[in-house]
Design a protein around this ligand. Structure first.
Ligand code: FES
Length: 317
């Protein structure tokens, strides 16, 4: 996939754990257009390994002079968020992908209900620009752990005051999904982004209340998790590779010079799916794309986020 060279032109400390980065095209021209809910993939050179993480675009889709992304500093991770927090400064250069959108607004909806948990607020910020400009009917519900960890709370409250409902765990304020989803006008769509447990609970409640499944939209990008190193044989390419503990299977395949498909790099789109020809161990399916049946059958793996523990894993690539 083609990359764009960008320069970091501004960095803001949004909370003690979240930094916002403003990016501009290195050649000063406009960046590619995008719609609310899109994400980009940022390439990071960490010493001797290249890792690529997806981040939601949270700037206005009506201003493509800049892109903004916000990154949560994560303790137990492959080092991508730490790299961005500690090694990227104003003036740093980064390579990013073109924007892709797996979480768009359904523009013909009668009403839009946005539900965010923690850093899951980021894709909604670009969508809010669209909803506000088009004067569409919407409400946003945003929950966060504590008053000092709620990212962009003041901006959202100020700009969308008639639409916003805030819930701070520290103040014992919690969302009541049933109350939020009940008695909404026919044709309403709900969008949820946050921790997996939150997405599951909301979806179950919506289905039990009779919401059509195609009116329920969710996004949960998973950062490729760390794990034990393992070996893989790439049958078509005739290459044996080692997937080290801090790189993903997809990155290991790419680092071996083998071309692999991908879009989200976060376990959501299915574009990177590979066929498992042989496996004598366990596959850790970390994606939220394959069905439970497909995961149990063990014939497919999404290498952007999934790992394995086996002595012989052979993939059809
Ligand atoms: S690239 Fe989207 S699921 Fe792997």
């Amino acid at each position: 996939m083609k990359n764009i060279a960008v320069e970091v032109v501004d960095i803001q400390n949004v909370t003690p754990l979240v930094k916002q980065f403003t990016l501009m095209n290195k050649n000063n021209s406009e960046l590619p257009s995008f719609s609310g809910g899109s994400h980009i993939v940022v390439s990071m050179n960490l010493e001797n390994r290249l890792i690529k993480n997806p981040y939601s675009l949270m700037s206005s889709p009506f201003d493509t002079k800049i892109y903004k992304i916000a990154i949560l500093k994560q303790g137990k991770s492959r080092g991508g968020s730490l790299f961005m927090h500690e090694r990227i400064f104003i003036g740093s250069e980064l390579k990013i992908s073109y924007p892709v959108n797996f979480f768009p607004l359904f523009k013909k909806a009668k009403k839009h209900i946005l539900i965010a948990g923690g850093i899951g607020i980021t894709p909604f910020i670009s969508q809010l620009y669209e909803l506000n400009k088009s004067k569409l009917n919407f409400e946003i519900h945003y929950s966060f752990r504590s008053n000092n960890l709620g990212a962009f709370v003041n901006e959202i409250k100020k700009t969308y005051k008639n639409h916003v409902n805030l819930y701070c765990d520290e103040n014992n304020e919690f969302m009541d999904f049933e109350k939020i989803l009940k008695n909404q006008p026919l044709g309403t769509h709900v969008y949820v982004c946050g921790p997996k447990s939150m997405i599951c609970v909301l979806k179950n409640i919506a289905i039990n209340l009779g919401w059509p499944s195609n009116h329920i939209h969710s996004e949960q990008f998973i950062s490729p998790p760390v794990g034990e190193a393992f070996n893989v044989y790439l049958a078509k390419s005739k290459k044996e590779i080692i997937v080290d503990s801090e790189i993903s299977l997809l990155e290991a395949i790419e680092n071996a010079g083998v071309k692999a498909d991908y879009l989200c790099r976060g376990g959501s789109c299915g574009k990177c799916e590979l066929e498992i020809i042989e496996n004598d161990g366990i596959v850790y399916h970390n994606d939220n794309y394959l069905t439970e049946i497909e995961k149990n059958l063990g014939k497919k793996i999404l290498p952007c986020v999934s790992r394995a523990n086996s002595s012989s894993l052979i993939l059809n690539i």
